[in-house]
Design a protein around this ligand. Structure first.
Ligand code: PLP
Length: 287
């Protein structure tokens, strides 16, 4: 079976899927995206992801490429046509195709939309979560509007590549005050020695993660103690546990930060429990 992508109104073979060379996503990174987890044949938290897509589009004054209901339909179609039971579905919307010019294109230029999906192995993800990941700190190098989920990810690419070259799977951005903002593609959390979960407020400096929101609901439901505040790299070194959250990895324990062992060096009980419970706090829509 060949993979299928949706590109501007058509389902095409993934291998042949292409956008125009003057698509503003390609020329200027002038676009936004979302990634939803597909879990057991269900799209996880699609309404929340589409709410955030709408917000990102609004902040950049890009129109929806089609109605929200039509976008939902295409997401389901692409998951189905690719027979993804577990994996992810990706949607990207750009300001469309127009002669290269920094100014916004004429009103009649339609936004471009691409949707792809791919399978991933739940067994491999579990093996990773059982082991935990290492993260490597990196100076914050992004623009202040990281609340918008834009495709302009070059700073994240550089931070994550640096992490990889230093034995890590994720980068943790450090702001000018020495605090951890978030990961290159995840939100960052610690559990203090006193068992308090800590993550940074989403008002500025981070993307308001959809996975983060579900975990916040779980914390509330489970009656766990929680503080929404910045935490420093030093505090992370001393933490009992650390973990990251994202649609691509759900709740992923962190066992090393900059080569320093966190807690006892194994995935912590809080992170592990949140990972187990995670999907009970999400909206699950069968494809
Ligand atoms: N922070 C950044 C910079 C991200 O790129 C992502 C996901 O791509 C997240 C946080 C986590 O967001 P979500 O939980 O919505 O996947």
């Amino acid at each position: 079976m060949s993979r299928i992508a949706y590109v501007n109104g058509q389902y095409v073979r993934h291998a042949d899927a292409a956008v125009h060379v003057e698509d503003r996503g390609y020329q200027f990174a002038d676009g936004v995206y979302e990634v939803c987890e597909v879990w057991q044949n269900k799209i996880v938290d699609m309404p929340r992801h589409l709410d955030r897509l709408g917000r990102s589009l609004g902040e950049l004054r890009i129109d929806w490429p089609m109605s929200r209901a039509a976008v939902e339909f295409v997401l389901r179609q692409v998951v189905t046509r690719n027979r993804v039971r577990n994996g992810l579905v990706y949607i990207q919307v750009t300001r469309g195709v127009s002669k290269r010019d920094h100014f916004f294109p004429p009103e009649d230029v339609a936004p471009s939309i691409v949707v792809t999906a791919r399978s991933s192995s739940p067994e491999a993800a579990k093996a990773q979560a059982d082991q935990g990941i290492a993260v490597v700190s990196y100076p914050e190098n992004r623009w202040p509007r990281v609340d918008i989920k834009t495709v302009a990810l070059l700073p994240n690419v550089l931070a994550k590549q640096n992490a990889k070259e230093h034995g890590g799977k994720e980068a943790w951005y450090i702001d000018g005050d020495g605090n951890v903002t978030e990961g290159g593609s995840t939100n960052a959390w610690i559990v203090t020695k006193d068992g308090v979960l800590v993550t940074r407020p989403a008002e500025s400096g981070i993307l308001r993660g959809i996975t983060r929101a579900a975990v916040l609901e779980l914390i509330d439901r489970e009656g766990l103690s929680f503080e929404e505040r910045p935490f420093s790299l030093e505090e992370a070194f001393e933490a009992k546990e650390a973990f990251v959250t994202a649609a691509t990895s759900v709740v992923m324990p962190v066992t090393r930060v900059d080569g320093r062992i966190i807690g006892n060096g194994h995935p912590g009980s809080v992170a592990t429990r949140l990972r187990e419970l995670f999907h009970t706090a999400t909206d699950l829509q069968t494809v």
